[in-house]
Structures are given as C-alpha cells and as structure tokens.
Write a protein that binds this ligand. Structure first.
Ligand code: ZN
Length: 241
C-alpha cells in the first residue's frame, strides 16, 4: 500500500493545490493529514474543506484546536495568535466544531499517526533531535510513527542500540529498526526550502520518500499580506523558515 502523508498545510491553498496535483500523478492508495490545516495562512476554510474531502484521516493540530476554541493559545507567538483569530473569523461555526472533533492520533495498519509526538500528543513538544526522538522510542511501543508540527522533514531510526537521523530524500526501512518520521510541512516549510513538502510511505517496498513541490510562493506570500495578516508570515514563506 502507498500512503501519502500530508501535514501543516496552515491555510496555504496554493501549496495544497500544488501537492494534490502532484499526487494525482503518482499512484497512492490513501492520503492522510497530520494536522495544522489552519493557522498562519489566509485560506483556512478552503484548505480544511479540501483536506476533509481528499484525505481518509485528518488529525487535529494545536493551531486547529486553538481555532476551534478547544485549546488556549497563550503560549503561541503573537503572529500565531493573530492568525488563529483570523481563522476563527473565517471558519463557519460548523467547520470550527468539526476542527474541535478531529482526533489526536490514528492507527493505520501498523502505522501510528500523530501531530506532534507519540508519547503525549497534547503537549505539543517539538521532536527535532535524536535526544527528543530517543525519549519517544523509549516511552511508546510504536514501530513506525509519522508526525508533523516542527515543519522539518526527517527520519529517526532506533536500531535498539542508538538513535540516528536521516535527512535523505528516500529511506529504506529495515526490519529490525523502529522509525519516527516527520513528513515536513506543505504550507510553511522551515528547513530553508520554500517548496511544499510531503511524504509517501510504501508499506510493500518498506520505503519513505519525501517529495518537494514547487508552487507560486510569491502569490501565496502576497495573499497573506493582502489578507492583513502579519508581514512576517508573508516574508518567511519566501525563504522557508
Ligand atoms: Zn504547524
């Protein structure tokens, strides 16, 4: 089975449409979204509608729950708070309550899907390095887990003795290893590559491949500015930070 893993679209409809068009050209059996469909960007309603229609599973991210009113956002940066307020105004009451009902995690066969981390999904900790990944491997029995939240694509491997990381575009999964994979961000990459990022897991071939999709980043950036969202949200898209 080939599974497309999308995450952190963040109301960027230009990036999402480009990824869905890219996926139409590849053979995948199922699409899933690991959360943060809204926040930061100007098109929360359109993105959420499109994701609910095109993905078998859509998880809740912290920005989704904040926009739904189910999570406080005192810990958010001021630009993130502005964008959550914006999303709340743009979403219909029905979509806001739908956002609040999205699951924190899902099992797909032997795969675990979460937004931020397997161990404590609602803590929204950032698993960015091998030390943080080791904590996840030690406190949860998953064999293969996919997550988003940091907007940085990476594959961590636990071989039983140590945890290593790979930044390669394609990774072969070995039977003895356990894996924790961040699928990157579609709508707001932070690895200094502005192209939209998603992953495909092939459970037969036991591979994970990252795909980068070019889209009109200038247009998406202008749309953020035109919507009256903070300037920094428009400029960061251009450089992928
Ligand atoms: Zn996010």
């Amino acid at each position: 089975m080939r599974i497309a893993l999308l995450s952190d679209v963040h109301a960027n409809i230009d990036a999402l449409r480009a990824v869905l068009a890219d996926l139409d050209r590849r053979q995948v059996d199922v699409r899933v979204c690991l959360g943060d469909s809204v926040g930061y960007g100007p098109e929360p309603r359109e993105c959420l509608d499109l994701l609910l229609e095109s993905c078998a599973t859509v998880l809740a991210g912290n920005h989704d729950l904040a926009a739904s009113g189910r999570l406080g956002y005192a810990r958010f940066s001021s630009i993130a708070r502005d964008a959550v307020e914006f999303a709340r105004q743009r979403l219909t009451p029905a979509l806001r309550s739908r956002l609040g009902e999205l699951p924190d995690e899902e099992n797909l066969g032997d795969l675990l899907l979460v937004h931020a981390s397997p161990t404590r999904p609602r803590d929204y900790a950032y698993v960015r390095d091998t030390a943080a990944a080791l904590e996840q491997f030690d406190s949860h029995p998953f064999r293969i887990a996919f997550y988003g939240h940091t907007h940085m694509p990476v594959v961590f491997r636990d071989d039983g003795e140590q945890v290593t990381l790979s930044l390669q575009p394609s990774v072969k999964l070995l039977p003895a290893g356990r894996y924790l994979c961040n699928v990157g961000s579609i709508g707001q990459p932070r690895d200094q590559d502005p192209r939209a990022c998603y992953a495909i897991h092939d459970s037969t071939a036991q591979t994970i491949a990252f795909h980068r999709v070019e889209y009109d980043v200038d247009a998406a950036s202008s749309r953020i500015r035109d919507a009256g969202l903070p300037e920094q949200l428009a400029t960061r898209l251009l450089v992928g930070v």
